[in-house]
Design a protein around this ligand. Sequence first.
Ligand code: NAP
Length: 259
Amino acid sequence: MTRIVITGATGAIGQALAAVYAKPGNRLVLHGRQRDVLDALSASSRHAGAEVELSQIDLGDDAALFEWLGMLCDPTPPDIVIVNAGMNIDIGEDASGEAWEDASRLLEINLRVPMAMGNFLGKRMRAAGCGQLVLMSSLAAYHGLPVTPSYSASKAGVKAYGEALRGWLAPKGVGVSVVMPGYVSSKMCHEMPGPKPFLWQPERAAKVIAAGVERNRARISFPFPLNFGCWWLAVLPAAISQRLLKGFGYDPEHGEEAH
Ligand SMILES: NC(=O)c1ccc[n+]([C@@H]2O[C@H](COP(=O)([O-])OP(=O)(O)OC[C@H]3O[C@@H](n4cnc5c(N)ncnc54)[C@H](OP(=O)(O)O)[C@@H]3O)[C@@H](O)[C@H]2O)c1
């Protein structure tokens, strides 16, 4: 039985990932905050032949999180843990800036929780010599987007953390993949200001993510050519990247157009 844990399973990408992994021989541990969505997901996953376990713990509560992870590692760590839950905020339509309370909440779920999970599970998986961590970053990690500074920073942090964990854990047979999606249709995506070139549906994203996880790819980034363009933003001198971003419509002084 392959055990797959997905946080943020109630979101667009999370639900699509659950659908991909819902098959006989798989036991899904689906985490989310919305009970009705979790119940529907549980029913459809069982119908597809998977065993299902649900969790609604508060990921931001260290004690609850580590207790839950400890149970998931008893007697052995899960085969795949997809740290997918996340949120986004922006500088507002008038570009006045992010509220610090919102930025703090974002950093907790987008960066602190993935690090807490990587810290705990990395040690357990290393000791067991098996398992795979999948951390959800974003193409926004390559170069910060002016309208979403905190989100960009959190995803850059996840990217760096995942890359480092991969180097630490690979010698012991533990996989780590960093996922860097472009625009994928979801509540979060559509609430974000700015253009959304090469928008994918979550089902397509989930298939590409699962295929990359299967091969234990270090970086799972899509879609081409947006991933290639964003990669260049990280490589070019920052001043040029800033001008390119403005040219592509990521201009905070034209918030109304961006929205
Ligand atoms: N969609 C994109 O274009 C895109 C691009 C790059 C990266 N990503 C990343 O992909 C992941 C999934 O996003 P999505 O597009 O599927 O967005 P989504 O549909 O808005 O789903 C977000 C998920 O995260 C959960 N979540 C948010 N804040 C939480 C918190 N404080 N505690 C626990 N769970 C929380 C949500 O739970 P509720 O359902 O209870 O709200 C939901 O399950 C995120 O990490 C996101 O940053 C998305």
